[in-house]
Design a protein around this ligand. Structure first.
Ligand SMILES: O=C(O)CCC(=O)C(=O)O
Ligand SMILES: [Fe+2]
Length: 206
């Protein structure tokens, strides 16, 4: 805790990034180092991590990372042929949700967690444009652990690109028409040998 009795520092130190047909707001140090270290440890140990699989060309393929889904009852989420039924909010996940919500201009009823065990774990190109998220979803991405590259490319012109290094304790808000016009990925890297946890807070229309 700091002198103001808050676990969180530098919440206002944001960079607003206006892309063509999409908006990002990046808070590099939304959570201070002590709190981020604690979140990394607590989430690693207490989340019900699973390696899910998806059907690809008739074969079951494992996702190259561990995942978990938490949220309000009824906020089920379907993607890549999976239906994720949420587990109830843990106190820590609810605390993180409640701290980021005031900055996001909307509430969240669920969170998808991804654990990248090392640089060999990754997430491929996609947009978070499932119908239950609505046309212009606000998605809040919270990062703990190793810094990983977050790449964006414009769907209609893949030479138009943007890149961020998402660091320990950061918050990235994706909004506007970003998910309609852009895709994003977290590529593999040989430079990272430690774990990273990403949480994407979402509002699923029931
Ligand atoms: O790990 C990340 O930074 C990206 C996560 C993501 O794109 C997602 O969960 O949809
Ligand atoms: Fe995504």
């Amino acid at each position: 805790m700091n002198a103001q009795g808050s676990f969180f520092n530098d919440r206002d130190a944001a960079t607003e990034i206006s892309l063509l047909n999409g908006e990002l707001v990046y808070y590099p140090q939304f959570f201070d180092t002590a709190e981020s270290d604690n979140c990394m440890r607590m989430l690693t140990d207490t989340i019900a991590w699973k390696q899910e699989s998806m059907k690809m060309y008739g074969r079951e393929v494992l996702f190259p990372r561990l995942m978990a889904w938490y949220g309000d009852a009824g906020s089920s989420y379907a993607f890549s042929g999976n239906v994720f039924t949420p587990q109830p909010w843990t106190p820590l996940l609810a605390q993180i949700r409640d701290r980021i919500t005031p900055l996001c201009g909307q509430s969240f009823n669920s969170v998808l967690l991804n654990l990248y065990r090392n640089g060999n774990d990754s997430m491929g190109w996609h947009a978070d444009n499932e119908p239950e998220l609505g046309a212009r979803p606000v998605i809040a991405s919270v990062n703990f652990g190793a810094t990983r590259r977050f790449l964006l490319r414009y769907k209609d012109d893949r030479s138009r690109k943007y890149e961020l290094a998402l660091q320990h304790g950061s918050l990235l808000i994706m909004k506007g028409t970003l998910q309609q016009y852009w895709e994003h990925q977290v590529p593999k890297t040989t430079k990272v040998s430690t774990g990273r946890i990403n949480l994407t807070f979402r509002f699923i229309n029931p």
